[in-house]
Design a protein around this ligand. Structure first.
Ligand code: SF4
Length: 82
């Protein structure tokens, strides 16, 4: 993989769609830490209050084949290649 997967924590609502669509088990859900929460912008904190602290992380990004399915399915537009 040449590109890096970036998940915008201010946008991710942790619904896990990327886990379901990714054919290569790149993503994992976990609760964000206190420091990660502190680093969110106002709207990210507000969304976290509503949706909870679970968010998606690309823990196995080396498995990515750049198919783009995760980007297409994310209703929050939280995933990008950079
Ligand atoms: S681009 Fe494809 S392989 Fe890569 S993380 Fe997204 S769904 Fe998985």
């Amino acid at each position: 993989m040449n590109k890096t997967i970036n998940i915008n924590m201010n946008k991710c609502d942790g619904d896990g769609g990327c886990l379901n669509y990714c054919p290569n088990q790149v993503f994992e859900l976990r609760k964000i830490t206190a420091n990660e929460y502190d680093s969110l912008k106002f709207l990210g904190k507000f969304k976290t209050m509503i949706k909870g602290r679970v968010k998606s992380f690309a823990v196995n990004s080396e498995n990515c084949v750049e198919c783009g399915l995760c980007i297409q399915q994310c209703h929050e537009r939280a995933i990008q290649f950079v």
